[in-house]
Ligand binder design. Structure first.
Ligand code: ADP
Ligand code: MG
Length: 326
């Protein structure tokens, strides 16, 4: 019986198979024909089309902000990935799906239904922060407080966990994509330079930081001049990017503070001792551990594999079905 776990993220879908490990890791992108609404490509293949598609083909991220923009397309995407991961099977698998924590009950039901249609024997749904914590190696079953900040593409989930459940949490729509947009706006306002999402993300990963001047790096950026319309190249520094990202980074800090304020004192004491764990791809932006540690006055650690720890967490939970909410 090969059960599988799925991290249905706003930016990436990662599938874990019991006994095998990670068997699929692709962007949550679907390319459709704008007229017929027919799905043309999913995942890596669809991602290649993003921003480069002719009028008739549209590449979309159906879970972009942690909300399901289009049920049919999300269902088609899930269906495609599950089939790709499990192939043809005689024994129907149990599937544990981890979804962004701010989606509605209606959206949850839609996800469950779509997964059942692929021939699953049973489908469990879990909330992302809990699974992220488990995947990052925390023992959430004990009566002791743990805090996790998961910075994904569309949403950041901040949660306090104890005794296998979420004690208090917040989810906000500021994460990796918002940082890309901050860079796009900064370059346009300060340098009259127009760049696309891919370039912005590249800049973020290469020289981005949210902690003042830890880096002295520079990067050449190519784009289109907003005034002349012609191609243009400029050199941008890490401290400029820090300036561009600081408002949104501080919003995450303030949300984390709110969560801590709503935490029962005994659990706060545990967090002072154990610290906060950061998960999600967005947490790999340089400087987050330092920024949160300085602002929240507690130790902060980056998970060992931020991009895959939710999927790994589903694997651990599948071995401990009693920890899953039924
Ligand atoms: P989700 O769970 O919402 O699908 P992920 O955890 O997969 O999101 O994280 C995706 C986000 O992580 C994207 O916005 C991406 O730009 C960002 N990201 C990935 N690697 C890095 C990096 N090295 N530095 C900064 N951001 C990164
Ligand atoms: Mg995620």
């Amino acid at each position: 019986m090969k059960d599988i776990g799925i991290d249905l993220g706003t930016a990436n879908v990662v599938i874990y198979e019991k006994g095998k490990g990670i068997v699929l890791n692709e962007p949550s992108v679907v390319a459709i024909d704008a007229e017929t609404k027919k799905v043309l490509a999913v995942g890596d293949e669809a991602n290649e089309m993003l921003g480069r598609t002719p009028g008739k083909i549209k590449a979309i991220r159906p879970m972009k902000d942690g909300v399901i923009a289009d049920f049919d397309i999300t269902g088609a995407m899930l269906n495609h990935f599950i089939k790709k991961a499990i192939g043809k099977r005689f024994i129907k698998p149990r599937i544990l799906i981890c979804c962004p924590s701010n989606i509605t009950q209606v959206e949850k039901n839609a996800i469950k239904e779509a997964a059942m249609m692929t021939g699953a024997r049973k489908v469990f749904l879990e909330e992302e922060p809990k699974v992220a914590a488990v995947g990052a190696g925390l023992d959430i079953a004990k009566p002791s407080g743990n805090m996790v900040i998961d910075i994904g593409g569309g949403t950041t989930d901040i949660a306090i966990l104890s005794l296998g459940g979420i004690v208090t949490s917040e989810s906000i729509r500021i994460a990796g994509n918002a940082f890309d947009n901050d860079i796009i706006h900064y370059l346009k306002d300060k340098h009259n330079l127009l760049v696309g999402e891919r370039t912005a993300e590249e800049i973020k990963k290469e020289i981005g930081t949210v902690y003042q001047k830890t880096k002295k790096e520079k990067k050449e950026v190519k784009g289109r001049d907003a005034v002349t319309g012609l191609p243009k190249t400029i050199t941008i520094t890490a401290s400029e990017i820090e300036e561009a990202l600081s408002d949104d980074a501080m919003k995450l800090v303030r949300t984390a503070k709110t969560v801590l304020e709503h935490t029962p004192p005994e659990l706060s004491a545990d967090i002072v001792d154990k610290g906060i764990i950061l998960t999600g791809g967005g947490a790999q932006l340089e400087g987050f551990p330092q920024l949160f540690a300085e602002e929240l006055k507690v130790p902060v650690f980056l998970a060992e594999s931020p991009l895959t720890c939710v999927a790994e967490g589903t694997g651990i939970l599948l071995d401990h079905i009693e920890l899953i909410d039924h």
